[in-house]
Ligand binder design. Structure first.
Ligand SMILES: *[C@@H]1O[C@H](CO)[C@@H](O)[C@H](O)[C@H]1NC(C)=O
Ligand SMILES: *[C@@H]1O[C@H](CO)[C@@H](O)[C@H](O)[C@H]1NC(C)=O
Ligand SMILES: *[C@@H]1O[C@H](CO)[C@@H](O)[C@H](O)[C@H]1NC(C)=O
Ligand SMILES: *[C@@H]1O[C@H](CO)[C@@H](O)[C@H](O)[C@H]1NC(C)=O
Ligand SMILES: *[C@@H]1O[C@H](CO)[C@@H](O)[C@H](O)[C@H]1NC(C)=O
Ligand SMILES: *[C@@H]1O[C@H](CO)[C@@H](O)[C@H](O)[C@H]1NC(C)=O
Ligand SMILES: *[C@@H]1O[C@H](CO)[C@@H](O)[C@H](O)[C@H]1NC(C)=O
Ligand SMILES: *[C@@H]1O[C@H](CO)[C@@H](O)[C@H](O)[C@H]1NC(C)=O
Ligand SMILES: [Zn+2]
Length: 375
């Protein structure tokens, strides 16, 4: 019943538009698409789709779940289009519930016919990384490669010589985000890599209009103002003229409810700022925001790494101010001897701290946020 209704909907919609791109497959109750044409998504509805962004060895598709909240009929053209993506790094999980909870809470306002615009949500942008409990995208070619997907956007098709990882990014970029035209503002959620702790913070390229506003609406603890990272989702949006930030939500792996709530709250402030919600709408999450007066902005990171392999004990915590030369931690060998005294290279604010005691030579154990003065 459910299946045939979905099929009817899929074929009916496909008939109505030349661009439409339902494959006809239904997976776990939701249609599989090859291309997201927002005109074919029903108004006043939250829709769920799958897209196969690439195929694993043997032909098994890497299906990516896509949520689309389409507002009132005309608001596809007149309202704003927001992209919310999470977990392009497969061990970075705090953004997943942010996207999920925002969509869950939007249900009533969308079905009431008063939602003004469109949101495309991808809660798990890299299921391959999730499967491997791994930041990167694993490809089985040769004896295996790991690719950081957040360095290969907008990707490259196989026809253009792309690898499986390049073509995976290409599908997300071109078939979900329509080569940027499906969104005019974007947030990509990350966390730190496994093994470190840190606050709520944003990477933001203030050179593009709209980015500073976006970063400040997040009311993060830190804003790293920088020109971005080529191939990242954030910087690809910015290169296409779409204001975007990377929002980093604390540590990998553990769902930190405090930071998740602050991130959800940011999205409600953003929806309000973009006039996507009716004026009488009360956002659901309880208020945990801390305000912009606590936001520390900096343009540079300074890194402390260990020069030998050993066991590290760090003595500073995120958001603590340190002086140049201040002791920040100690590295021990397996006998328990101190083999390195770690000190802050510059004065700044503690950004991230390693909590995984096993530190190999060259491993970063501390990042400080500061403004380098040009000399
Ligand atoms: C879906 O769209 C893609 C890209 O526009 C196109 O290559 C493909 O043939 C389409 N498939 C169907 C089933 O319409
Ligand atoms: C919908 O959003 C657009 C774009 O921000 C805005 O111009 C318009 O006033 C909004 N409509 C309503 C009813 O808020
Ligand atoms: C995406 O847009 C850019 C800039 O408009 C264009 O150069 C490029 O060819 C487009 N890519 C595809 C796959 O259509
Ligand atoms: C979540 O993050 C906050 C802010 O960094 C921290 O104070 C808190 O201890 C964390 N909670 C858990 C359960 O890790
Ligand atoms: C909120 O305002 C909209 C019009 O913008 C109206 O249709 C709706 O009924 C109102 N909802 C409530 C709960 O007052
Ligand atoms: C660093 O510089 C930025 C401007 O680029 C400024 O907004 C910020 O307040 C400065 N931060 C500190 C800690 O001085
Ligand atoms: C600090 O950041 C600015 C802006 O990104 C960059 O131009 C400069 O080279 C950086 N300085 C150092 C010492 O890293
Ligand atoms: C570390 O600091 C302590 C105390 O200042 C000093 O005695 C020790 O020699 C230092 N160890 C190394 C490896 O630098
Ligand atoms: Zn990341």
């Amino acid at each position: 019943m459910k299946l045939s209704a979905a099929l009817l909907l899929a074929t009916g919609v496909a008939f109505a538009s030349a661009q439409t791109n339902f494959t006809g497959d239904i997976l776990k109750g939701y249609p599989v698409i090859e291309y997201l044409d927002l005109n074919d998504v029903p108004a006043n509805t939250i829709s769920r789709y799958w897209i196969s962004a690439a195929e694993a060895q043997g032909g098994l598709p890497y299906f990516v779940p896509i949520l689309v909240a389409r507002g009132s009929e005309g608001s596809l053209e007149t309202g704003r289009r927001l992209s919310l993506s999470a977990s392009i790094h497969g061990d970075e999980l705090n953004g997943i519930p942010v996207v999920q909870r925002v969509f869950a809470a939007l249900g009533d306002v969308v079905s009431s016919g008063n939602f003004n615009g469109t949101i495309i949500g991808i809660p798990t942008t890299n299921p391959n990384g999730n499967i491997h409990n791994q930041r990167n995208f694993y490809s089985s070619s040769s004896n295996g490669f790991l690719t950081n997907l957040n360095r290969v956007f907008p990707g490259a098709s196989i026809a253009d010589g792309g690898s499986i990882a390049d073509s995976y990014a290409y599908t997300i970029w071109n078939s979900v985000w329509a080569n940027s035209s499906n969104a005019d503002i974007a947030v990509d959620f990350h966390t730190l890599s496994t093994g470190s702790i840190g606050p709520l913070w944003a990477y933001a390229d203030f050179r593009l209009d709209g980015v500073q506003r976006l970063a400040e609406l997040a009311q993060p603890d830190h804003i790293k103002i920088d020109p971005g990272e080529p191939g990242s989702i954030e910087t690809t949006w910015v290169d296409f003229g779409v204001p975007a930030i990377t929002l980093e939500i604390g540590p990998a792996k553990n769902w930190n409810q405090t930071l998740i709530k602050r991130s959800e709250e940011f999205i409600w402030r953003l929806l309000d700022d973009l006039a996507m919600l009716p004026g009488n709408y009360t956002a659901p999450p309880e208020t945990v925001s801390i305000g912009l007066e606590n936001t520390y902005k900096g343009t540079n990171f300074s890194y402390v790494s260990v020069s030998q392999s050993g066991w590290v004990q760090m003595d500073v915590v995120p958001l603590q101010d340190v002086e140049e030369g201040q002791s920040v931690g100690t590295l021990f060998n397996s006998w328990g001897d101190v083999i390195e005294n770690l000190t802050a290279p510059v004065a700044g604010r503690v950004h991230t701290v390693r909590v995984d005691a096993a530190a190999e030579q060259g491993a970063g154990v501390l990042d400080l946020l500061y403004n380098a003065t040009s000399t």
